[in-house]
Ligand binder design. Structure first.
Ligand code: ADP
Length: 243
């Protein structure tokens, strides 16, 4: 479904992604772990060109994209097929939950408004917010706002959803609501790449856990391999600190 090949990215002289390759099969949940600053967010952002990588290849289904020679219409095509869920939701404060969810459908995808509203309401119902469609972000809890963020992702029917630490800005009591919605998507066999520090979520649902440090993939494997039998010293060190 999604393959990253030899992705490299620098900000100025800071080499943030050194040579990252990753394969995500259809229906898989790939969890990316690693210390702060290891390049996890940057990697997610390069997948849908919120940040363009400097070199490497992205394969989405059968389509191969060389990131150094990508056309604008290919970027738009990739964005139509990958959805991003942000750490801090990134909702428009002056739009209701429903308006936030359908904004991209109506403006970028030119879906007729009536159809967009139907799809938007269904997406909000899916994340447990059927009774909040007309609420503004300021009237919603952080967990509810993040669920609007997830509804905005699923409404486009993406091939892959990219989650960037979706629960790390939330108060502890709100985290489970969001994780429950994500587990629901796992049950629906949605393909997902998730940067998170929620280890129990990773253990329960990940098809593959990827450990990154200093811009490299240090180790990857099943949750059992990574959590019970990590091979690399850096992985062991990281897990010892957080488990
Ligand atoms: P992680 O998600 O693992 O915490 P990030 O991908 O956010 O790591 O950041 C990796 C490194 O890249 C950090 O050192 C960060 O300071 C740097 N970085 C990220 N975004 C930018 C940017 N827009 N400009 C300059 N440096 C950046």
């Amino acid at each position: 479904m999604l393959e990253l090949k030899h992705i490299q990215k620098a900000f100025g002289d800071k080499h943030v992604l050194k040579d990252v390759s990753l394969t995500v099969k259809k229906g898989q949940v790939v969890v990316i772990l690693g210390p702060s600053g290891s390049g996890k967010t940057t990697l997610l952002r390069t997948i849908n060109f919120l940040d363009g990588a400097d070199s490497g290849e992205i394969v989405l289904d059968q389509d191969h994209y060389d990131v150094t020679r990508i056309a604008k219409r290919d970027v738009l095509a990739i964005r139509k097929r990958t959805a991003f869920v942000f750490q801090r939701y990134n909702l428009f404060q002056n739009k209701t939950a429903l308006e936030n969810v359908i904004e991209g459908l109506v403006t970028a995808r030119k879906v007729p408004k009536v159809e967009a509203i139907t799809r938007g309401k269904a997406a909000l119902a899916k994340v447990g917010l059927a009774d909040r469609v007309d609420f503004y972000p300021s009237q919603l809890s952080g967990g509810q706002q993040q669920r609007v963020g997830i509804a905005r992702a699923i409404v486009i029917k993406p091939d892959v959803i990219l989650f960037d630490e979706p629960t790390s800005a939330l108060d502890p009591e709100l985290i489970d609501d969001v994780l429950d919605v994500m587990r629901d998507l796992v049950d629906d066999e949605m393909t997902m790449v998730v940067v998170t520090h929620e280890m129990s979520f990773a253990r329960d649902v990940a098809s593959q856990v990827v450990f990154m440090a200093e811009g490299n993939v240090v180790e990857k494997g099943t949750p059992a391999q990574i959590f019970e039998h990590p091979q690399e010293a850096r992985t062991k060190q990281f897990l010892a600190r957080i488990l």
